[in-house]
Design a protein around this ligand. Structure first.
Ligand SMILES: [Zn+2]
Length: 375
């Protein structure tokens, strides 16, 4: 099969479940995408990431273009071969990181020139260059190049930025061309303003994309404001295409987003937390470095079936974390990714069964009971 498609199989309220078919495999939605910034999901082998239930990874255009370079990855057979992951990969456009990580930025109609945070070398990212890099990497889902302003921003700034992003969306579409088996997603902007989001959605629909991202959220506005925006933003996008909320989030952010009609998400949280001694569980966060775990023979979560919880005690995890052993980050990352994928599976099943509200109530009840540090 050389084409892609999105099939919705059930809805429950605004929550949706379905499947994105790609030549590299199916992506069950709602989907959580672990982040493989530098062509690796840190501390995990690709087959281990797959074993947690991930159907797709995210790779970062900005990081990979600077090191090792997109042309080098292409020469070595593309990102899938390079990192030994043969399932779908989504790459971001580089627009977000160039604004958050690079220095000496110069923003023009053409694109953004900047200095690398790695070695200070000068680079240029434009819609055309971003499409070229994502093609060189071989990504299955390509993101349009956009500008992501930090919030809070005044309305004039948001409007100007959104309109620039829509012109860049058209240029991204033109540069992407016709690539059967690959998808191009447009990115809605407009901050928290309903009318600007609506104008952005209209512009993107007129161009036509294979999927639509809600961009410019999870940039410091807080959960309440984000949910307020998600109460209308997904509804402005086509019903029959996947909707992707970029850079989200904590488990309760993810559940709240799916409830509001989001199909895909990504976040560094489960992997980053794993390396800093934090485990996400049904009851909340466990800080494994705390002394109270030093002699605790119980696993992180007695109901969890991941290799960390079936094989290791909190006392062991506390010991290896305190001793700076690599296995601490490996086991905690595995548990966290497993837990996030369990949430996604739970939501997919509940939406299919028409019982999302009951599932959501149980999810929140489990967390309310647990200031986990008291357990
Ligand atoms: Zn576990």
């Amino acid at each position: 099969m050389s084409t892609t498609s999105f099939t919705l199989s059930a809805t429950c309220g605004k929550a949706r479940t379905g499947v994105i078919d790609t030549p590299r495999g199916q992506i069950r939605t709602p989907a959580f995408m672990p982040v493989g910034t530098a062509a690796t999901v840190k501390a995990m082998l690709p087959e281990q990431v797959r074993a947690t239930g991930a159907d797709i990874l995210l790779g970062n255009t900005y990081h990979l273009m600077l090191r090792p370079g997109a042309e080098r990855v292409a020469k070595l057979g593309g990102l899938h071969r390079f990192m030994n992951w043969d399932r779908p990969i989504l790459t971001d456009s580089g627009g977000f990181q160039v604004m958050s990580l690079a220095s000496l930025r110069k923003l023009t109609e053409e694109g953004v020139s900047f200095a690398s945070h790695v070695d200070g070398s000068r680079h240029m990212l434009s819609p055309e260059r971003s499409m070229e890099i994502q093609k060189l990497l071989g990504s299955d889902i390509v993101m349009a190049f956009d500008e992501c302003p930090a919030l809070p921003a005044d309305r004039a700034r948001l409007e100007q930025s959104m309109q620039l992003s829509m012109r860049w969306a058209q240029r991204s579409r033109d540069a992407f061309g016709d690539r059967p088996g690959h998808m191009l997603f447009g990115i809605q902007q407009g901050g928290l303003e309903e009318d600007l989001r609506g104008q952005s959605a209209e512009a993107l629909r007129a161009i036509g994309f294979d999927g639509y991202a809600v961009g410019g959220l999870a940039v410091g506005e807080g959960q309440e404001a984000m949910f307020g925006c998600l109460d209308f933003a997904p509804d402005q996008l086509p019903v029959d295409k996947p909707r992707y909320l970029m850079g989200v989030g904590k488990p309760d952010d993810i559940v709240g987003a799916v409830k509001r009609g989001i199909d895909m998400m990504d976040c560094v949280l489960p992997t980053r937390s794993g390396r800093t001694g934090q485990a996400w569980t049904r009851h909340g966060v466990v800080n494994i470095k705390n002394a109270r775990h030093a002699e605790d023979p119980r696993p992180l979560d007695e109901a969890c079936t991941c290799p960390c919880c079936t094989g290791y005690s909190r006392a062991y995890l506390h010991h290896v974390y305190r001793s700076h052993e690599m296995i601490a980050g490996m086991l905690l990352t595995w548990h966290n990714l497993h837990y996030f994928q369990q949430i996604m599976q739970g939501m997919r099943d509940a939406i299919a069964a028409g019982s999302f509200d009951a599932w959501e109530a149980a999810f929140h009840a489990g967390r309310a009971e647990g200031d986990i540090e008291r357990l």
